[in-house]
Ligand binder design. Structure first.
Ligand code: SF4
Ligand code: SF4
Length: 176
């Protein structure tokens, strides 16, 4: 995640395990049919059955994003000041509530069950680290932080095949 989703909490063992996760894809995802009648609505985005990153990292952002004149404004009741700085000055950083827990971070705006069905209460106004966070292979490349988060929660890292159904259904639905 650009800037602020901190990964220094990732255990070394987890990082080592990542070294072997991209060679074999265990996905059972299959391409959807090419017949238009097979596809009537968008398939769920893979993140909608995951949510691991929202319960793995500290989600920190610059204070401006929580101000009323910022668009979108991250809702004030969903974040708190970061208290990690020792400086006398007020911290310029905010963190999403729940993500500062060193052992069991979980954003309080996350709803649902990780690995099954999840949603974000503030999706349209989520902070920039959440917007910048990329799911592995969504844009064709592995993203280690996504993999790390999924492994933390006992989920296999995503692979290219996980996106085949998603992309092909979107393509079909976009056709006239
Ligand atoms: S604001 Fe939404 S996307 Fe960001 S960590 Fe919280 S639940 Fe996840
Ligand atoms: S860990 Fe990866 S797949 Fe899971 S919700 Fe986050 S970006 Fe999506």
């Amino acid at each position: 995640m650009h800037g602020s989703r901190l990964l220094d909490q990732i255990p070394g063992e987890l990082s080592r395990r990542l070294g072997s996760t991209h060679t074999v894809c265990m996905s059972s995802a299959q391409p959807v049919g090419r017949n238009h009648s097979d596809v009537t609505e968008p398939p769920p985005h893979p993140c909608q059955s995951c949510g691991a990153c929202c319960a793995s990292f500290r989600v920190q952002f610059y204070w401006r994003e929580g101000e009323r004149d910022h668009h979108p404004q991250v809702p004030p009741n969903t974040w708190q000041e970061s208290h990690e700085t020792q400086a006398a000055e007020p911290s310029p950083w905010r963190i999403m509530r729940g993500t500062g827990d060193k052992h069991h971070p979980r954003c309080t705006s996350l709803r649902g069950r990780i690995g099954a069905f999840v949603s974000c209460d503030v999706y349209s106004a989520r902070p920039s680290p959440c917007r910048a966070f990329k799911a592995s292979y969504e844009n064709g490349y592995a993203h280690p932080r996504c993999d790390e988060a999924r492994l933390r929660h006992g989920l296999k890292p995503l692979c290219k095949a996980d996106w085949v159904a998603w992309h092909s259904a979107k393509q079909i639905l976009a056709e006239p």
